[in-house]
Design a protein around this ligand. Structure first.
Ligand SMILES: [Zn+2]
Length: 129
């Protein structure tokens, strides 16, 4: 099973409507989201077409947050998410599992350190065109 950790930057503190979950406040700064899926899913996150369908809760966050980098893993998403639990864990992105959330807020250095400690098989950077 493939999973990934998506590193994102939110340029300003704000409230974001997260589908049926309603408005949630997010502080400016760095975030990491843990999901399951392959390279195609990662590329979908990096694709910022405005007409993109809102499919997962993280899609709402990505209307404001900028994806920066993604780490891909050959492991299950929930154990991967647990490795980030020392960060600030937000109740989003875990509607079909028992985790409190798959979105975390923290320092860039700490997020990168944890992401690399979990042995990613590859790292993707957003293409700038
Ligand atoms: Zn989970």
């Amino acid at each position: 099973m493939s999973s990934y950790a998506l590193l994102m930057f939110l340029p300003a503190s704000q409230e974001i409507e997260v589908g049926a979950q309603g408005g949630m406040h997010f502080e400016k700064g760095w975030y990491v989201y843990v999901g399951s899926g392959n390279t195609k899913r990662i590329e979908r996150h990096f694709n910022d077409r405005e007409d993109k369908k809102m499919y997962w809760h993280i899609d709402y966050f990505l209307q404001k947050g900028k994806p920066v980098r993604a780490y891909r893993y050959e492991k299950e998403e929930c154990p991967l998410a647990r490795s980030f639990e020392r960060l600030d864990q937000l109740p989003l992105g875990a509607s079909d599992c028992n985790c409190r959330g798959h979105l975390f807020h923290g320092d860039l250095e700490e997020i990168e350190r944890i992401a690399l400690s979990q042995n990613p098989t590859s790292v993707f950077k957003k293409k700038v065109d």
